[in-house]
Design a protein around this ligand. Structure first.
Ligand code: FES
Ligand code: FE2
Length: 386
């Protein structure tokens, strides 16, 4: 593909943004298969926007940390001995080895290569074998720190220099999810996976109710059938839909007392793009932190959080099993979808009514706002910066 094809994708996003929903179509396959699109997404989205990296309770105590990769940047999220949560570049100031891995609790982060160490505030505290010298002062050296904030128990990090505060961007979404009290829910299941599919396909899949009945006939359809899905208006930094629970099925456990009956009978499916999708329900909720690994692989950190401390393990196991079977069905179809998008015979198709596929259209409009101009500005000039 030439650069004109990338510009065409930007033009298509702009054109779609002007169309009424009744004329909504899916995006051309190059949007999901061209690595140059991904490079622009990295610059315009993942290295710039607020990115969800996990749950606050993963780092509940001073010294708790975990590592998360935002695009190609390794970030360590750590609670300092002062109780404050911070996000640091996980790259050693000596020669660039990755310092921490996985998760744990430490009062010092020790680089495995030559054992330089950093305290929980990101300060370089030991440089064994480095003699005193006038061109290097350990006290001036620390790990770069990134903006870090909490929203309803979710940790967001931005690699941008001065990001706009996150919460004011989500005010209307906040009113929808507040009664569920996600911040009080407890993490009981967490998994990291890599799926061979473009990251946007996974976001779109989680965010449309059209497939709930046909694809998840034995798993989700009895709980959240497609016919009970309804679209809600998107904001600049979020979009989503409501997935109603089948009224004939009692929910397994009550949620927060703030919930009205209508809210308890509903699951708010919300995306805070580019990297977070949530299925927010009264008794328990699910989330996916989505990161592109390459144009056709996505890293997913997925979890389930439960309201109330008294969930017996067998009920948690039941929810985890349903989630895993559902995600297995999604994965199988998305692996095939990615093969389909790589077929030269694939063409865009019309989207179903807004209650079923409206969020896909909202996602395109978001991508037009954040990414479209960069795609349209791609230049054919030899050696032009990208
Ligand atoms: S690269 Fe970390 S101590 Fe050398
Ligand atoms: Fe699904």
């Amino acid at each position: 593909m030439n650069d004109a094809a990338i510009r065409d994708l930007g033009e298509t996003l702009a054109r779609y943004s002007q169309l009424p929903y009744e004329r909504a179509w899916s995006m051309p396959r190059a949007f999901y298969t061209d690595p140059r699109v991904l490079n622009h997404e990295a610059e315009s989205l993942f290295l710039r926007e607020w990115i969800c990296v996990g749950r606050e309770e993963e780092v509940a105590k001073p010294g708790d940390y975990f590592v998360f990769r935002i695009w190609k940047e390794s970030v360590v999220i750590m609670r300092g001995k002062d109780g404050k949560l911070r996000a640091f570049s996980n790259v050693c100031r000596h020669r660039g080895a990755l310092i921490a891995s996985g998760s744990g609790n430490r009062h010092l982060l020790l680089c495995p290569y030559h054992n330089w160490s950093y305290d929980t505030l990101g300060r370089l505290v030991a440089t064994p074998g480095i003699d005193p010298r006038d061109d290097f002062d350990r006290a001036d050296c620390r790990l770069p720190e990134f903006a870090c904030t909490i929203w309803h128990g979710f940790i967001f990090v931005s690699l941008a220099d001065n990001p706009q505060p996150l919460a004011p961007m989500l005010t209307e979404l906040e009113t929808l999810v507040r009664p569920y009290h996600l911040e009080e829910m407890k993490l009981r299941y967490l998994a990291d996976e890599v799926w061979p599919v473009n990251w946007k396909c996974l976001v779109e899949n989680f965010m449309e109710g059209y497939h709930l009945t046909p694809l998840h006939r034995e798993t989700l359809h009895p709980v959240n059938p497609s016919r009970l899905c309804s679209h809600f208006p998107p904001g600049d930094a979020y979009f989503g839909y409501n997935a109603g629970f089948d009224p004939s099925l009692p929910r397994s456990q009550g949620g927060h007392p703030d919930l009205s009956d209508a809210e308890a009978a509903n699951c708010v499916m919300a995306a805070i793009p580019p990297g977070l999708v949530i299925g927010c329900a009264g008794d328990y909720s699910s989330f996916l932190c989505v990161q592109p690994d390459s144009v056709d692989h996505v890293r997913v950190k997925m979890g389930l959080i439960f309201f109330g401390a008294d969930w017996p393990q067998e009920r948690v196991d039941w929810a985890v099993d349903l989630f895993q079977r559902t995600m297995g069905e999604d994965k199988e179809v998305l692996v095939g979808l990615m093969q389909g998008l790589n077929s030269r015979h694939q063409r865009p198709g019309p989207l179903a009514r807004a209650d079923l596929e409206g969020p896909t259209w909202d996602f395109y409009k978001y991508l037009n706002r954040r990414l479209g101009a960069a795609l349209r500005a791609v230049s054919d000039e030899v050696g032009a910066p990208r």
